[in-house]
Design a protein around this ligand. Structure first.
Ligand code: SAM
Length: 198
């Protein structure tokens, strides 16, 4: 019986994201995931790519449900989750080949996104990748009415939340020795942004 909580969107998007990760990730990649949530991606991706080692992480309040899923469903290449609020906690020492995060850039504050880049730049060697999945705007334009409504809803809950613009992500990358090498359009008006550390 599976009585673990799960996010329906994550159940859906894991397949198209996996397809891209299989192409992008080095075979034996050490991956650090930021904001692993309920651990659905961590379990699914590590199971589908047995050569990689996946380190999930979460903020302290969300950690117990992540730990529960990893303990119950994780394989040998899925590491025990670590506590990591990008605005408050020290990062695991790494180095990692890849920092991956899904649906977090519009949830954390812009300062949080800056800290995410700072932290990723510190744990990634030259050639390492920061891979960010989620909804973004392009030159200030929403790519769908659904994303516009989602952004409005987020900002009404908390003005610090909201969709980020790809141009601002690129600028942040430049400030942290990263260049975006790819923007992959994903189902349901999401994107996968791939930045390489140099
Ligand atoms: C919408 S959920 C996405 C969870 C998971 N990545 C997924 O795709 O199912 C957003 C996540 O971002 C995490 N988050 C928000 N602010 C954060 C921060 N400052 N540091 C680390 N994680 C953060 C939350 O704890 C939450 O789990």
């Amino acid at each position: 019986m599976n009585d673990l909580p799960s996010a329906p969107a994550t159940e859906r998007n894991r397949y198209p994201i996996l397809e891209q990760l299989k192409v992008l990730l080095p075979e034996n990649a050490q991956v650090l995931e930021i904001g692993s949530g309920l651990g659905q991606h961590a379990v699914f991706f590590s199971d589908a790519m047995p050569g990689i080692e996946w380190q999930p992480s979460e903020r302290k309040p969300e950690l117990p449900s992540l730990e529960m899923r990893v303990a119950r469903q994780g394989g040998a290449n899925l590491k025990r989750p670590v506590q990591l609020d990008v605005q408050a906690d020290p990062w695991p020492s790494g180095p990692f080949d890849v920092v991956f995060t899904a649906n977090t850039a519009h949830i954390m504050s812009w300062l949080g996104v800056k800290r995410l880049f700072e932290g990723a730049a510190a744990v990634l060697p030259a050639g390492g990748m920061l891979i960010i999945y989620g909804p973004f705007t392009l030159d200030g334009q929403f790519t769908s009415s659904g994303n516009l409504a989602f952004d409005r809803d987020l900002r009404s809950q908390d003005p610090e939340m909201g969709l980020r613009d790809v141009t601002d992500i690129d600028k942040l990358g430049k400030n942290h020795h990263m260049v975006r090498i790819s923007r992959i359009d994903m189902p349901a008006n999401n994107m996968l942004l791939v930045l390489r550390r140099y």
